[in-house]
Design a protein around this ligand. Structure first.
Ligand SMILES: Nc1nc2c(ncn2[C@@H]2O[C@H](COP(=O)(O)OP(=O)(O)O)[C@@H](O)[C@H]2O)c(=O)[nH]1
Ligand SMILES: Nc1ncnc2c1ncn2[C@@H]1O[C@H](COP(=O)(O)OP(=O)(O)O)[C@@H](O)[C@H]1O
Length: 195
């Protein structure tokens, strides 16, 4: 049993590639993704229930009232949250985990789990966010929403343990593996999470 599993939290500027880099770097690594819940509707380019567990507004509100979430936030008109049971079950069984959270979520996790929370901050400049998302055919409404949060989000890098400029995705993925590997050992093979 690993006595103190790590919680790797990917944060940074919206559209910087956090989900993409985190999943590519850590798939098959044994570090478990704790999927966020949200009442934001799925976008057509997303596979429902891949990045998120999609809930209705009523479901989210009810679950929040019933203390389902370890932490939750409202961003613009949408809510996001990490289910307490899924997170605690992973940690209690000794598994390292990763999540993708905004800065408020990071702060709550640090309050709950202290220095076992390792914040990996990804960013690119605003123009690059816009170019990448336009190239992917994302709506201007969503792109504007991302850019509106940029200035607030980018200042959080100073509080994070690791900062990565995500220019080249392969390099970023390698950097993430190197960082995570420093805490838990190699990321090439599944971690020994059992005993
Ligand atoms: N605190 C917190 N933030 C979250 C959670 N899930 C996602 N986020 C953050 O919420 C924002 C989601 O914004 P959104 O416009 O829906 O973009 P997406 O990243 O493409 O899904 C991002 O900044 C995420 O880091 C969560 O469970 N808790
Ligand atoms: N280094 C990169 N170069 C080019 N495109 C990238 C790079 N990293 C991520 N992307 C693309 O940028 C878009 C936003 O990435 P995503 O992981 O959804 O960002 P975030 O989770 O930070 O909002 C996706 O279409 C993704 O494929």
């Amino acid at each position: 049993m690993i006595s103190s599993p790590y919680l790797f939290v990917f944060t940074g500027t919206s559209g910087s590639g956090r989900k993409t880099a985190a999943h590519q770097a850590l798939k098959d690594s044994g570090v478990q993704h704790i999927v966020s819940c949200t009442d934001r509707p799925p976008r057509c380019i997303e596979q429902p229930d891949g990045d998120y567990r999609y809930l209705s507004k009523v479901q989210f509100e009810l679950m929040k009232r019933n203390d389902f979430f370890a932490e939750s936030v409202r961003i613009d008109q949408f809510h996001y949250g990490i289910g307490k049971k899924q997170l605690d079950a992973a940690l209690h069984s000794g598994r390292h985990v990763y999540m993708i959270l905004n800065r408020e979520g990071c702060d709550v996790m640090r309050e709950l789990h202290g220095e076992r929370v390792i914040r990996i901050f990804l960013y690119v400049d605003k123009a690059t966010v816009q170019e990448r998302l336009e190239a992917k055919g994302m709506s201007y409404e969503v792109i504007d929403r991302y850019l509106a949060h940029y200035n607030d989000e980018v200042t959080y890098r100073k509080q994070c343990e690791h900062v990565i400029l995500n220019a080249d995705l392969n390099e970023t993925v390698q950097q993430v593996r190197d960082i995570v590997g420093r805490y838990v050992g190699s990321t090439r093979a599944p971690y020994d999470s059992g005993n």
